[in-house]
Design a protein around this ligand. Structure first.
Ligand code: NAD
Length: 356
């Protein structure tokens, strides 16, 4: 059966990867992207699919109930994959309000519109409809020992970002248990890869290293994160949307725990190898320890055994391969980088006539 999938946040880092992957890999699938184009939304990242007849871009807010209702009724998707969110922890510390508005109110708005839409579907379509909510391992809080988060680890969010994602996860579960909406949740570890906005650790370090700017490492650099290549995450999302059991949660992880300092040093090794001509060689001379982020969680680690056992998913890229491919992408895609750095990617959207 052919799919019509509504993807929210599809102009962001992970969402645009998912849209590009779906259009390339599933010739019978139609994709509708709903995105508000905040600073993190970038139509350049959707360039390969913008003119594709199977893709439609809609400029709008997930918290706009009439818009979401109308979109569901006109496009009649059989799946919703909800990624739209405010996603940067540091920004949530400086100003939490948009995080509550988009991540909590926006998710509630999506769920409520999806419930009405789903209820009105004929029984055979009700049976196959899915609402997949894309969430983070940060909802589980910080690990101090050698353990790893499982799907039953109690929630303990500690930043405004993770608290807003935790709230949205609870709403998603409530819509399954209370109204029977066939929802699923994924909680994933840190993603990296091409097209990531350069405020996040890996692209920030890559671009600073290339430009000879300091590489700011929080605290002692010993905070541990698990890293997953974004294409692997998108494969997992497609699998959960197609084969996951409604009401269930799936943890997704890369089995690649690294300290932040190790990540930065590895980036430096790759940059030194690819660009030995840079004046600030060797790159790790640029490492600069800065005051720690308030409430900085010490360690996250994901047990992704359930999705492996039940759906057969495993990451395809090792961290070393994925990181090398990512650094090479930032080196060869200076136009994308330049338009983000100059702000041009945002200026042009002002001329956007609502949608394309
Ligand atoms: P991102 O910040 O790169 O992209 C978010 C997208 O959502 C942007 O295109 C933005 O314009 C859009 N958006 C924001 N507010 C909106 C609104 N009100 N209405 C419509 N669109 C809106 O984020 P990302 O890194 O791609 O993350 C996507 C999702 O995956 C988020 O829900 C995030 O919590 C989750 N997640 C991210 C990671 C990670 O490492 N990046 C890990 C696990 C889970």
């Amino acid at each position: 059966m052919s799919d019509a999938i509504l993807i929210t946040g599809g102009a962001g880092f992970i969402g645009s990867c998912l849209v590009r992957q779906l259009i390339a890999a599933e010739p019978a699938t139609r994709v509708i992207t709903l995105d508000k184009l905040t600073y993190a939304g970038n139509l350049d990242s959707l360039q390969p699919v913008l003119a594709d007849a199977r893709h439609r871009f809609v400029h709008g807010d997930v918290a706009d109930a009439p818009l979401v209702t109308q979109l569901l009724q006109t496009e009649r998707p059989n799946k919703v994959i909800h990624l739209a969110a405010e996603s940067h922890v540091d920004r949530s510390i400086d100003g939490p309000a948009p995080f509550v508005q988009t991540n909590v109110v926006g998710t509630f708005t999506m769920l409520d519109a999806a419930r009405d839409y789903w209820k009105a579907l004929p029984p055979n379509e009700q049976e196959t409809f899915r609402f997949l909510h894309v969430s983070t391992d940060e909802v589980f809080g910080s690990l101090d020992d050698d353990g790893a988060f499982t799907e039953t680890t109690p929630y303990s969010p500690r930043s405004p970002y993770s608290a807003s994602k935790a709230a949205s996860d609870h709403l998603v579960r409530a819509y399954f248990h209370t109204y029977g909406v066939p929802t699923l949740i994924t909680n994933c570890s840190n993603n990296y890869g091409p097209y990531q906005f350069p405020e996040k650790l890996i692209p920030l370090m890559v671009l600073n290293a290339l430009e000879g700017k300091p590489l700011p490492v929080y605290g002692d650099g010993q905070n541990v994160r698990d890293w997953l290549f974004v294409e692997d995450h998108c494969q997992a999302l497609r699998l959960v949307a197609n084969q996951g059991v409604p009401g269930e949660t799936y943890n997704i992880g890369g089995n690649s725990e690294r300290t932040n300092l190790d990540v930065v040093k590895q980036i430096c090794r790759i940059v030194d190898h690819l660009r030995p001509d840079l004046p600030h060689f060797p790159c790790d001379s640029l490492i600069n320890f800065v005051a720690d982020r308030p409430g900085h969680d010490r360690r996250y680690a994901i047990d992704a055994g359930k999705i492996r056992r039940e759906l057969g998913w495993e990451p395809q890229q090792t961290f070393e391969e994925g990181l090398a491919a990512t650094v090479a992408w930032y080196l060869t895609n200076s136009e994308w980088v330049g338009r983000v750095s100059s702000g041009d990617y945002q200026r042009e959207r002002l001329g956007l006539a609502g949608e394309s």
